[in-house]
Design a protein around this ligand. Structure first.
Ligand SMILES: [Zn+2]
Ligand SMILES: [Zn+2]
Length: 78
């Protein structure tokens, strides 16, 4: 069952990526970052969005602030 093996590896990789984010390392350069950091101070990678309305840090995936219901403007990375 090669396919399921590969799926599990992909899942494992994704989980590890999430672990790293949770423990506060920049996903790009590995620099240790605090939970509250919005960007990596070393390489400038955006780690979180900040709500313009209430100023809380938001997950980059979030489209709306769960604290004040303000729509989050996604930073375009093209
Ligand atoms: Zn970085
Ligand atoms: Zn907000």
């Amino acid at each position: 069952m090669l396919l399921s093996d590969r799926d599990e590896q992909d899942l494992d990789f994704t989980l590890k990526q999430r672990e790293l984010m949770k423990y506060g390392e920049c996903g790009k350069c590995g620099y240790p970052v605090e939970r509250e950091y919005l960007v990596c101070p070393k390489c400038g990678t955006q780690l979180k969005n900040e709500c313009k309305q209430c100023g809380r840090s938001l997950d980059p995936d979030w489209k709306i602030c769960p604290f004040c219901c303000t729509r989050v403007r996604q930073s375009s990375r093209h």
